[in-house]
Design a protein around this ligand. Structure first.
Ligand code: GLN
Ligand code: ZN
Length: 764
């Protein structure tokens, strides 16, 4: 009969135990053995949960101490020389050094995992020779077996995806690297086979991207090598996040199973299946439960899908799966007791998804459709209908307003060159203006005050007074440091999306809907469940207050429509594009309010713009077009002398320069220091002729950047960018740093700028 499996389970724990353990260890409050035992408890608890809920194939080896890509790199000894690793099992100090940086070595680059908001550590191949440092999946398999008697399914990141996501080698060396890694993969598989492992989940999500001929050849070579060297192990060649482009080639590979995503790649994968059928000698891993959304499955539709799939595969060769690892959704909806009934009923986090999977597996196993199945489908219909009818989803006013402004032109009143000149004159800014990205340290005191305010210990006015004092203190500090464009510091915000969501209509907030973003950082994405609407000023008071304390310009700080969209869990009954316009319209009202309050510079952050980029190249242009439209919709109505900034980070923007220019922001600040200036190269090929600040130091590392490092970065940038349009700023917001680090780093940044200005004394 059909069985089920999940591709991975959240590692953070229902109460973020994982995060707490990691951070306690980093802070020296937890010894290494205690960290190991805390994380082991969590691992066992997760496995037990999967087992008790009735999951047949339980993943092992997907757990991590930071990130699964880093784990794979470390398993193969791919440790950059700067970390001084000397062979053997990679010590935790090196492992966390790579992820977080050390006093002497910059952290490895971090970037987004396909089109998700999960960030992985980019492996660096330069100057390393791979060796197997430990067989991680085997250790995990043994642990599950000996502790709980679970015959787990090891998860292994495949060699193609690993290499494609790595850097520090030339693409022409791809085959050389494959030859280096394959024997190590074979060794891992062989040891697993010797242990009695029958199936391994080989994750190759890279296969959903458009592959070229050489990569297809490599894929075949990899699978043939594994089949010939380790015939005892069946590979589930696992893809996710999209449909596969090369279905025919994939089904002829010598593997035991093919895992396809029928949620995000539904139409493509179904078409392929309809056209070419499915080979009788393989297992179909059918990703039918959405591993990335928080809503209950549309069960009737899923049930129909399953019936169709059964026309291509016999039940014993059908494996019901989540569409991807459940890493991307919160652990359990059980704790969400404060939401409205219709919302609560419609939620499915990781554990509820397991239940859906088990229900469908059991239902499929019955000879005839029983009353129980019909009842469950009806109940599911009712839940979805109740949400559709909710008042929040049917706001005629919003829908009409958005329909009207969508048709209006989205141009600023003057072209860039003219308005920029007017803005700089109005603000009286020097050459190479210095600024920051918005947030200042969210110190223990700030967090405590917010907690006390939330619990009522601090009154509204006491809390507001505290925020004002914090703003005042940082305005004075910024003046003292010598920055040109100041910010209020965002002390009133926990999270840049949540803050706005709480003030806009159409949002709901979970109590415990946390997901891992990078390392120990977890986010609790808001839920956009209704039509989004502006309900009143959101940032004007604090910004105005900050401006009243200084003669220098204070920059207003908003989160952009696309970032709010991409960092929220959103409704699935209307297109994302539509939600983006609703958000843009709401934000435009805030932009205008700031302008009316006399704020001359307004930054609309869009760090997440790239995340929403469809993986299929053919669909990317359309996404960029409506994203740009949304950004412009939010920002185009201000006067020419009001300067619009935007900010982006931790993505590869090389191939997006044109789209970024089309947003028509007056100034963009963009991350480039963590990727060691790689972005700069793309400005040699693409001219960028609006204001731009390349982040001159990495704010994710506690290390204070030296003046010389920043100057070197700036010099490089100025070879390809116009000095008259160049701004100086850190990579990103400073909320995760402490005050001392922040002040020292910014002083160095201002000093680097002074030297720069002297060099450019004659530039105008
Ligand atoms: N303005 C935000 C901050 O400074 C931007 C954060 C981000 O880019 N992720 O925190
Ligand atoms: Zn940023």
């Amino acid at each position: 009969m059909a069985k089920n499996s999940v591709l991975g389970y959240p590692r953070i724990g229902a109460d973020r135990e994982w995060k707490k353990a990691l951070e306690a260890y980093w802070a020296g409050r937890l010894e290494e053995p205690q960290l190991h035992s805390a994380l082991k408890d969590l691992r066992l608890q997760n496995w037990r949960n999967l087992q008790e809920r009735g999951i047949d194939w339980i993943p092992v080896g997907d757990f991590s101490y930071y990130d699964q890509v880093l784990d794979t790199a470390v398993m193969f000894g791919l440790v950059p020389p700067r970390f001084g690793y000397e062979g053997g099992t990679v010590p935790l100090s090196v492992y966390y050094g790579m992820s977080r940086g050390t006093k002497t070595a910059a952290a490895c680059e971090m970037t987004k995992w396909f089109n998700t908001n999960y960030h992985y550590i980019v492996p660096e191949l330069q100057g390393v020779s791979p060796v197997l440092t430990e067989n991680k999946p085997l250790l995990a398999y043994r642990e599950a077996k000996s502790e709980l008697g679970i015959d787990g399914r090891p998860v292994l990141l495949g060699p193609l995806t690993l290499l494609k996501l790595s850097k520090g080698y030339d693409p022409s060396e791809m085959d050389v690297w494959l030859e280096r890694l394959l024997p190590l993969y074979v060794q891992i598989l062989q040891e697993l086979a010797d242990e009695g492992v029958a199936w391994v989940q080989l994750d190759e999500p890279i296969l959903v991207l458009s592959l070229e001929e050489p990569d297809l050849r490599r894929l075949k070579y990899v699978c043939e090598t594994f089949a010939a060297s380790v015939p005892g192990v069946n590979l589930m060649l696992q893809t996710y996040f999209e449909s596969v482009d090369h279905y025919q080639e994939m089904i002829s590979l010598p593997v035991g199973g093919i895992g396809l995503d029928f949620v995000h790649g539904r139409s493509g994968n179904l078409e392929a299946l309809r056209a070419y059928g499915f080979p009788a000698d393989k297992v179909l891993g059918a990703g039918i439960i959405n591993g990335r959304g928080i809503w209950k499955a549309p069960l009737r539709e899923t049930w129909e899908l399953l019936k169709e799939l059964q026309t291509y595969v016999t039940p014993d060769r059908l494996l019901l799966q989540t569409s991807c690892s459940l890493l991307h959704v919160p652990v359990t909806a059980r704790q969400e007791t404060q939401l409205t009934r219709e919302l609560r009923d419609a939620l499915a986090f990781a554990d509820e998804k397991l239940d859906e999977l088990v229900f469908l597996t059991q239902a499929l196993g019955q000879d005839r459709e029983s009353g129980v199945i019909a009842g469950k489908l009806e109940e599911n219909d009712r839940i979805h209908a109740a949400l559709a009818q909710a008042e929040a989803r049917n706001r005629g006013d919003v829908q009409q307003a958005v329909a009207v402004i969508r048709e209006q032109p989205l141009d600023r009143s003057l072209p860039f060159a003219e308005r920029y000149k007017a803005q700089m004159a109005r603000m009286q800014l020097p050459l190479f203006p210095t600024t920051t990205i918005g947030s200042f340290p969210q110190s223990a005191e700030v967090r405590r005050a917010r907690r006390q305010w939330r619990t009522g210990e601090l009154s509204e006015s006491q809390y507001a007074a505290f925020i004002r004092e914090e703003i005042d203190r940082w305005i004075r500090l910024q003046e003292d440091i010598g920055l040109d464009v100041l910010v209020h510091g965002e002390f009133e915000r926990t999270d840049m999306v949540e803050f706005f969501g709480e003030k806009l209509a159409g949002f709901a907030f979970t109590q415990n809907g946390w997901v891992q973003s990078y390392g120990s950082r977890c986010v609790k994405p808001p839920v956009i469940y209704g039509d989004v609407a502006f309900t009143g000023e959101m940032t004007v008071e604090e910004t105005k207050h900050a401006q009243s304390r200084t003669k220098r310009p204070v920059k207003g700080m908003l989160t952009g429509p696309i970032t709010i969209l991409n960092w929220s869990f959103v409704r699935e009954d209307i297109p994302r594009e539509q939600i983006a316009y609703q958000l843009a319209y709401a934000l435009r009202q805030e932009v205008e309010a700031l302008e009316r309050a006399g704020i001359g510079i307004i930054q609309v952050d869009e760090p997440a713009i790239r995340e929403g980029l469809p993986l299929r190249e053919a669909e990317q242009a359309a996404y960029l077009a409506w994203s740009i439209r949304a950004f412009r919709l939010a920002t185009c109505t201000v006067r020419a002398t009001t300067q619009i900034h935007t900010h982006m980070c931790y993505c590869e923007f090389h191939d997006m320069i044109d789209a970024i220019a089309a947003m028509d922001a007056d100034v963009i600040s963009i991350e480039t220091s963590r990727s060691h200036g790689e972005l700069i190269g793309s400005f040699e090929r693409n001219t960028y002729t609006q204001g731009i600040g390349l982040g001159v130091y990495d704010i994710h590392s506690p290390r204070i950047p030296a003046i010389g490092e920043m100057t070197a970065m700036i010099d490089r940038a100025l070879r390809v960018l116009d000095p008259r349009l160049f701004w100086i700023n850190p990579d990103c917001g400073l909320k995760t740093r402490n005050s001392e680090e922040t002040v020292l780093a910014l002083r160095n940044m201002v000093e680097a700028t002074k030297q720069l200005r002297e060099q450019h004394a004659f530039t105008r």
